[in-house]
Design a binder for this molecule. Structure first.
Ligand SMILES: Cc1cc2nc3c(=O)[nH]c(=O)nc-3n(C[C@H](O)[C@H](O)[C@H](O)COP(=O)(O)O)c2cc1C
Length: 303
């Protein structure tokens, strides 16, 4: 079975990546997973300066999912480039560097640092984090700010550019089109849904930041619908995610139009989750007599 996929300018050995924020900088996994077999690793989102993130508690378990309000805790882009990108890029999978910013100027400065970095196969613009006061999902809530970030980044790199979109908008199709027109090569979606949990005895929010981002199987049908919507709005390649735990889940996203998928929350429960998704995709192709995995992309039939 040919598992290779091509997303515009980005060629991947297979369509399974690990999602930003759920795999650190690729160096926390020890030897628990056979990292080199994955199609790609998306780094934890990096910001210009290191960030400590939000006050605890920052995670809460919910039915079939979790809420997190980490708030982009990270070591900062300079430390990442100095200490982490080299070893990470030697693991094998394509490294997609995720960057976030509060202003266009911050995005530009980040791009000047990572836009030409050896070892970065692509850059993912995180314009969809629900857990920061500034520079979060507001960027991709409407087309204009999303397009401004993408256009600014586009001027500063020739690397494949991925725009990661928020599901917390009623204007997803418009935002998707605006990002592609502004120069995004690839769209990835979804980031987490804004959610909240309440400790009823203490009458307090469970999370220190009050609200958080909901992820895991609880959001999968919502996420599949958003990817389907984006696939009908743009021709650009898509990376789908949201609650993927097994190959069958990943196939839903691919059949509605995603060329690749990212596995996030599932990795916390099973560090080998992304690998088993990959194995399951191969098995499915063998069982169904499919020679190339790309034959399944957008293969959705009318109801
Ligand atoms: C603990 C945690 C931290 C996350 N951090 C980031 C991040 O730094 N940048 C980002 O773009 N997405 C981040 N995400 C969102 C995931 O990359 C993904 O979009 C989302 O969780 C949906 O996929 P899943 O249901 O497979 O986890 C984070 C998710 C979790 C659960």
């Amino acid at each position: 079975v040919d598992l290779a996929v091509r997303l515009g300018p980005l060629a991947l050995a297979n369509p399974v990546l690990v999602a930003s924020g759920t795999f650190g900088y690729g160096d926390e996994s020890g030897d628990l997973t056979e990292v080199p077999r994955l199609g790609g690793i998306v780094t934890k989102t990096l910001t210009l300066e290191p960030r400590a993130g939000n006050p605890p508690p920052r995670v809460a378990e919910t039915p079939s999912g979790m809420l997190n309000s980490i708030g982009l805790e990270n070591i900062g882009v300079r430390a990442f480039l100095r200490d982490r990108l080299g070893p990470l890029s030697r693991l094998g999978p394509a490294v997609i560097v995720s960057v976030g910013g509060r202003t266009i100027e911050e995005f530009e400065e980040m791009m000047r640092l990572v836009g030409g970095a050896d070892g970065a196969a692509a850059i993912e613009l995180n314009i969809s984090c629900p857990n920061v006061k500034e520079g979060g999902h507001e960027w991709s809530a409407s087309p204009e700010p999303a397009a401004r970030v993408v256009a600014a980044a586009r001027r500063l790199t020739r690397k494949p550019l991925v725009a990661k979109l928020s599901p917390n908008t009623g204007r997803l199709a418009d935002v998707a089109r605006a990002c592609v027109e502004a120069g995004a090569d690839i769209l990835s979606l979804v980031n987490t849904y804004v959610g909240m949990a309440v400790d009823v005895r203490r009458r307090r929010p469970v999370l220190g930041a009050v609200t958080g981002g909901l992820s895991g199987p609880a959001i999968r049908p919502l996420a599949v619908a958003r990817v389907h919507e984006a696939a009908r709005a743009v021709r650009a390649p898509l990376i789908g995610m949201g609650g993927i735990t097994c190959a069958r889940d990943a196939l839903e996203f691919m059949i509605v139009g995603a060329s690749a998928v990212q596995v996030g929350t599932a990795t916390f429960a099973d560090p080998r989750a992304a690998e088993s998704v990959l194995d399951g995709l191969r098995d499915f192709c063998v069982e169904e007599g499919i020679a190339r995995i790309t034959d399944l992309v957008g293969a959705l039939r009318a109801p």
